[in-house]
Design a protein around this ligand. Sequence first.
Ligand code: FAD
Length: 328
Amino acid sequence: MPDQFSDGDRRPALSHDTARRLRSAFGDRVGHRAPLARLTTFRTGGVADWLLETRSPDDIVTAVRLTEDLGIPLTVLGGGSNVLVGDGGVQGLVLRVRHGAVARVDACSVRADSGVTINGLVRWTVHRGLGGLERWAGTPGTVGGGIRGNAHFDGRLLGDIVTAVGLVDSTGRVARVPADDMGFGYDVSRVQHSAELVLWAEFRVAAGAVADLRAAARRSLAFRKRTQPLDRASAGCVFQNPRPDDGPLPDGVPRSAGALIDLAGLKGHRVGGAAVSEVHGNFIVNEGGASAREVRALIDRCRAAVRERFGIVLREELVYLGEFETEE
Ligand SMILES: Cc1cc2nc3c(=O)[nH]c(=O)nc-3n(C[C@H](O)[C@H](O)[C@H](O)COP(=O)(O)OP(=O)(O)OC[C@H]3O[C@@H](n4cnc5c(N)ncnc54)[C@H](O)[C@@H]3O)c2cc1C
């Protein structure tokens, strides 16, 4: 499912009317032909026809209504830490959802706007002696991206501590959705299928000692440092771990995409500037100057090798945005 509200078959976003109306709504904050690579942790990809960095949920709702009215595609980027942007760039308006507020709702919940970073939310809660989010320390990206993909760490899902989410649909209608209606599962939320955008989320918290919460956050950071290639440009895990119904595995082989890629002999394997990390088999790293086409070719090679060796077809956790060259 593409992360766009509509597909343009040419580049209607470049019309004068589009330019005038985007500028009248957002002024100089709207960029034109804006490079996206620097806005992603993979550091690859082409340009956006139009780019707007949002400051609040209201900006998101205004942009949704305006692009719906203009009939141009809308694509959302949070922290850009789980996406591969195509070399051909992204048509229409790209929203870079940033900034926003965190506030206490009541004794046992906090609300964070979708542009708040997960790390910012962790710091905010830990500092106030509110426990629940500390183990998510070091997760790149924003609240919106974390909700969309239901970020996971150490066997837990972010959705498990969510109580409600604010969503806007493609017509601009805003709703408060209880967590039970969010369709949360491993790497899954309803947002992936509904084309709704996340405006904010509420999280369950409980009183805790600041020192204990800080210690738990530090343990998460240390674990990441040990197990992930944090000194390289990447988008985190490329593939989801296979589910039991994806097929049997030989005794002793873990249901871990990284382990399967490693056992298929692909650690260190390269296509151009893209390489399978030596530290973690499920990370592809940009060694410098990798194109999206090279990254995608390496992803396809990993999938083919794992399928050949284990009969399991890996599915991407990472999201493709924009235009990719097709292989001849
Ligand atoms: C070093 C490293 C370590 C990582 N570790 C983990 C980990 O432990 N666990 C884990 O789950 N992930 C991990 N990731 C992946 C990534 O951090 C998470 O998936 C994160 O939640 C993505 O958030 P983001 O804001 O960067 O989203 P983006 O990458 O910007 O976007 C991802 C998807 O979410 C959509 N999206 C973004 N914002 C919104 C919004 N407001 N409303 C609707 N859709 C939106 C985008 O359109 C896109 O489809 C890691 C990545 C890196 C680089």
